[in-house]
Design a protein around this ligand. Structure first.
Ligand SMILES: Nc1ncnc2c1ncn2[C@@H]1O[C@H](COP(=O)(O)OP(=O)(O)OP(=O)(O)O)[C@@H](O)[C@H]1O
Length: 339
């Protein structure tokens, strides 16, 4: 593999669960790539398959659920089909994950320092002293003030934002090639959210690829180069972030953008939040054709007849039968043209 090849390549990933004797696909035929130093945001409402995709990247789909397909290639190595030992070795060392709630990762009875030292020594033959020095450097890297004092403190002494910084420090302990962050800021207040996202931006300057999972498109703006929109387990649009915000193509993406909470402009009214009507269908009751059709104001009869294929654009992909109409010259969509 070369320096310019993607650090992570997912090819035709499906995730299967068994429920009451039925086999259900929570994720279907998902493909994407992440380059070095790039953030790919995966967005969609609750239940669209974002978290289970994140878990699959780390080989953590809870059994009897199963990830299947062609490849989850990390630095050129296919993780699909690796045994539990080999996966455990890759996890933490080459790919690491940060969850929404830091206390799910932190052990309340160990000090911050002990936990980072343990993480380092789990993966590398470092002496206690070396691991301690590296832990202190990591605390500095994630901008924890007074790291020597914090090293000896327990997690409950820290604020939510500081705890999330510690979790990120642990994720970085072995210099992973890819960081998967699943709603890393949802539990935090708005100012702290921005600081954590800025920190992730800073860390990826070193070449780490980032997969940022969120239901909130507001989080994505300014913090992701590309955006993949999922609906009912499927990719429905993938574009460069700037293009997606300027000219969203899939009606679901447009709905998510309209539903995005926005701040009030000084002196003005808070922009109205437009909810997408209806809810994400359950896996056991997928509607025929396009899964979004029952909630879509643009849907026609054709949309319920067959599932729309994922169409390539010059700058990405979209799965909507009506995309040709949205791309017509009267629709001023300057960046998007069919490839
Ligand atoms: N262990 C499991 N067993 C059966 N089905 C599951 C399991 N985990 C997830 N699913 C199903 O997979 C689908 C996708 O769930 P997932 O949690 O990935 O969605 P999400 O978009 O991340 O939503 P959220 O933001 O609420 O986590 C859902 O329909 C869910 O019911």
């Amino acid at each position: 593999m070369t320096a310019s090849s993607p650090v992570l390549e997912v090819e035709d990933l499906s995730i299967r669960f068994q429920e009451r004797g039925r086999s259900l696909l929570a994720v279907r035929n998902l493909s994407f790539q992440v380059a070095r130093g790039e953030t790919l945001a995966i967005v969609g409402e609750s239940g669209c398959g974002k978290s289970i995709t994140a878990l699959a990247l780390l080989g953590l789909v809870p059994p009897p659920g199963r990830a299947e397909g062609k490849a989850i290639r990390l630095e050129g190595r296919n993780l699909l089909g690796l045994g539990p030992e080999a996966l455990r070795d890759v996890r933490g060392r080459r790919i690491a994950m940060v969850f929404q709630e830091p206390m799910t990762t932190l052990n309340p009875v160990l000090t911050i320092g002990e936990q980072i030292v343990e993480t380092i020594r789990d993966h590398e033959p470092a002496s206690r002293r070396e691991a301690r020095d590296r832990a202190l450097t990591l605390l500095e890297r994630v901008h924890i003030p007074d790291p020597v004092r914090r090293f000896g403190e327990h997690p409950h002494r820290l604020s939510g934002g500081m705890r999330q910084r510690v979790v990120i420090a642990m994720a970085l302990a072995c210099n992973p090639a890819v960081l998967v962050a699943d709603e890393p800021t949802t539990a935090l207040d708005v100012t702290i959210q921005a600081q954590i996202l800025d920190l992730i931006d800073e860390l990826k300057q070193g070449g780490m690829g980032v997969v940022l999972i969120t239901h909130d498109l507001g989080v994505v703006a300014g913090h992701a180069e590309r955006v993949l929109v999922m609906y009912a387990g499927r990719k429905v649009e993938e574009r460069a972030a700037a293009d997606l915000f300027a000219t969203p193509l899939h009606p679901y993406t447009r709905g998510l953008i309209a539903a995005r909470p926005r701040r009030r402009v000084e002196g003005g009214e808070r922009p109205r939040l437009v909810e997408i009507p209806g809810t994400v269908p359950s896996l056991a009751a997928m509607p025929p054709g396009c899964a979004f059709a029952p909630r879509c104001a643009s849907a026609t009869e054709d949309c319920t007849a067959a599932e729309p294929p994922l169409t390539s654009l010059e700058d990405g992909q979209v799965a909507c039968l009506r995309v040709g109409d949205f791309l017509a010259p009267s629709h001023s969509l300057p960046h998007a043209r069919l490839a």
